[in-house]
Design a protein around this ligand. Structure first.
Ligand code: NAI
Length: 441
């Protein structure tokens, strides 16, 4: 029996909120009605705060009753529980607003690093938009994988937040004029999740500007923020890692005359391509959006362009995935013809658990290709976000630069050296290094 999607079942019952909390091997489900359908979320943070949302008829159902109410979605719920068990996730929360057509899922992997950190937010990660018609399970898989990576990325970046991601199924949110009810509702979901976030795919830095100016201080990475969009620092961190791999593998950080294949020329891919060209590399690129390629060519000069399905398997020195996640599975790994894989894309391996990641990393290593988890070097965006959060009046890139160099450059060197010494993959070592801090057995 396929059953209903979870969000449909929640909405059909006139409920707004689902919380699924994992404690060891067991789960605790609760369902709630937390606001009236007619509440004007345009007034959020001005007329009412996160715990004052008008609700004439609140409802809270405990585990047994909630499971009864959600019986029609039991298969989907069972699948969600097994994904959370495999990934080691702590909690998933859905806030669904039927009238606004917004379903916001908070995918919390671990809150350990954020406990008692002195801020409103105790976990951090991006907010990503999915189209309303996408299958719920695909949205959940994406969010759970990204949330899991955030625990490790925050630990690697040395910032005091647990790992979490928010996925939002919604039509694009208008900014001119601003769609205040939807923006206010998103801000409420962010605040209610004790979550510090920044725009990921499907949400723009301009949207972060509007949210931050009017609705919530728990979003960073806007174009008007003190440090600007996070793409540029993220690209710098990736570039430092690439130079370090070159030094380790080829005996020199000089990339002149080498060949890079870059997948995606967006907020990170373009500034990274800029670094690579300035370092003397020849580029082959792919992007699903021809306008991005045209912009890169007009700024950086001639470059070879291939179709998105070819970029992963062209012969090159560096493959740099800077678009979607999940690009490295068994088939694509076997087809690789590069010497190293370093790019910004989150969750480059198509895996749902640490064990699966380690297995794919072994396969990459067996091909003689240097690879380490993306979360060890695409960390500068989250560092910049935390810098703006912690120092709203005098955020500075100079302050994060030493940490960026230590984590992305020195951290890469140390992972590669230990891998060479022990015969294990950098992936296995990277996980081992942060596991204790995250109290993962
Ligand atoms: P973006 O949305 O600005 O750029 C992505 C680019 O990839 C776009 O130009 C898009 O057209 C292209 N693209 C999409 N699918 C593609 C495909 N199948 N083949 C080739 N190109 C494709 O996103 P952004 O911010 O540059 O992020 C890129 C990756 O880096 C994402 O995985 C993101 O989660 C990750 N990341 C981004 C950070 C940031 O600060 N922006 C920080 C850390 C990770």
């Amino acid at each position: 029996m396929r059953g209903r999607e979870i969000n449909e079942a929640v909405i059909r019952r006139g409920l707004t909120t689902l919380e699924l909390l994992r404690a060891g091997a067991s789960f605790r489900l609760s369902l709630r009605r937390e606001w009236d359908e007619g509440v004007d979320f345009a007034g959020y943070a001005r007329d009412f705060s996160v715990d004052q949302v008008p609700c004439a008829d609140p409802i809270a159902l405990g585990d047994e009753e909630a499971r009864g109410v959600l019986a029609e979605a039991a298969p989907a719920l069972g699948r969600l529980e097994s994904l959370m068990r495999a990934g080691g996730h702590e909690m998933v929360v859905l806030r669904a607003h039927a009238g606004l057509g917004v379903r916001a899922w908070l995918h919390v992997h671990s809150s350990v690093l954020g406990r008692n950190n002195g801020y409103h937010a105790i976990r951090a990660g991006g907010i990503r938009r999915h189209e309303p018609g996408e299958r719920e399970e695909a949205v959940l898989v994406d969010g759970l994988n990204l949330g899991r990576a955030m625990s490790f990325k925050n630990a690697a970046a040395e910032i005091p937040f647990g790992g979490c991601k928010m996925t939002v199924q919604s039509a694009p949110v208008a900014l001119a004029p601003p769609d205040e009810p939807r923006l206010g509702f998103l801000a409420y979901c962010i605040d209610a999740g004790h979550f510090m976030t920044g725009p990921d795919m499907g949400f723009s830095p301009q949207l972060a500007d509007v949210l931050r100016a009017r609705f919530t201080r728990n979003i960073l990475g806007g174009s008007r923020g003190a440090l600007g969009p996070t793409g540029a620092p993220t690209a710098l961190g990736c570039f430092l890692a690439i130079q370090e791999v070159a030094r380790w593998k080829w005996g020199s950080a000089d990339l002149g005359g080498r060949h890079a294949a870059v997948q995606g020329l967006g907020a990170v891919g373009l500034p990274l391509a800029r670094h690579l060209v300035e370092a003397g590399m020849r580029l082959t690129v792919a992007d699903t959006d021809p306008a991005r390629i045209a912009a890169a060519q007009s700024e950086l000069g001639a470059m070879e362009v291939v179709s998105p399905d070819r970029i992963l398997s062209i012969p090159c020195d560096l493959l740099s995935p800077c678009a979607i996640g999940g690009v490295l599975d068994e088939a694509s790994i076997d087809a690789l013809r590069c010497e190293m894989i370093y790019g910004s894309a989150n969750n480059q391996l198509r895996a749902f658990s640490e064990e699966e990641e380690k297995r794919l990393a072994e396969r990459i290593a067996a091909r003689g290709i240097v690879y380490q988890p993306d979360w060890t070097h695409n960390t500068a965006g989250v560092m910049a976000g935390f810098e703006e959060y912690a120092h709203p009046d005098d955020a500075s890139l100079e302050r994060i630069l030493p940490r960026l160099e230590r984590v992305c450059r020195d951290g890469t060197r140390s992972l590669l050296e230990e891998a060479a010494r022990t015969g294990r993959t950098p992936t296995a070592i990277a996980y081992e290094r942060v596991r204790e801090r995250l109290r993962i057995p």
